[in-house]
Design a protein around this ligand. Structure first.
Ligand SMILES: [Zn+2]
Length: 68
């Protein structure tokens, strides 16, 4: 997330979608360790977005949703 924001941030704004795609795969495979690891990684990524939003409060929207 940090690199994405760093690359995309500009005066005109940007859209960034970040997917924790392996979480679904790991859940279907009953891979608990991967599920937990990737869920925590997604949480870390969302925290980076939240930190960015704190300094761009009037122009930032963060949506977090599940696919299932
Ligand atoms: Zn699924």
């Amino acid at each position: 997330m940090e690199k994405g924001i760093q690359v995309l941030d500009n005066d005109k704004g940007f859209f960034l979608m970040c997917e924790g795609g392996k979480i679904d795969w790991a859940c279907h495979a009953n891979a608990a360790a991967s599920t937990i690891h990737d869920t925590l990684a997604l949480a870390d990524a969302v925290q980076v977005a939240i930190d960015f939003a704190k300094t761009h409060a009037d122009e930032t929207l963060i949506l977090v949703t599940g696919g299932h």
